[in-house]
Write a protein of this length. Sequence first.
Length: 196
Amino acid sequence: MHRRELFRVLAAGAVMPALNSSAMAMLREAQAAPGYALRTLDAHQNATVIMMTDVIIPQTDTPGAKGAKVNEFIDVILTDWATDAERKRFLEGLANVDEQSTALYGKPLVDCTPAQQESLLRAMDEEWVREEYIPKPHTTGYQKRDQQLSDSFFGDFKRLTLVGYYTSEIGFTQELKKVIIPGSYHGCTHIGDNKL
């Protein structure tokens, strides 16, 4: 599976457990290396992404999306995996978040109170769920989809947040309690009086 194919699977709403080990490995490669320098997001966009991901997956007894540096994962995806049109659409969606925030609260989302931030993101989530689950007219024939990201900014943002978090070291080992390299395999071992 190539990056672009995997990205299409994610955009279609595939859930993490449904992904095979090679797909998971590829997604882990999209995690930014220590000392990563942003290549697509500017400082304000990055602050907005950090705040939004932190509202979606806050810190609890394990670090949240901010601690897992999901913002850097999103920057890698936008830089290396997305097409120019998809990147542009994503960044326009991010700018639209500030437009909505300014219309409601008179300031960009990062300058709002935590209650205002959560309220706006909940409203965006509810709108996305309505759009996602409203039955659509049936179409005939196969429609090829060249774009990987959908037309819903918040849906894509939420998916990228979840994938970025659960493929990070923190999300994978601390939250899911998974082992990246499992322990040794002991095949036919002696258990009691029975040999396997």
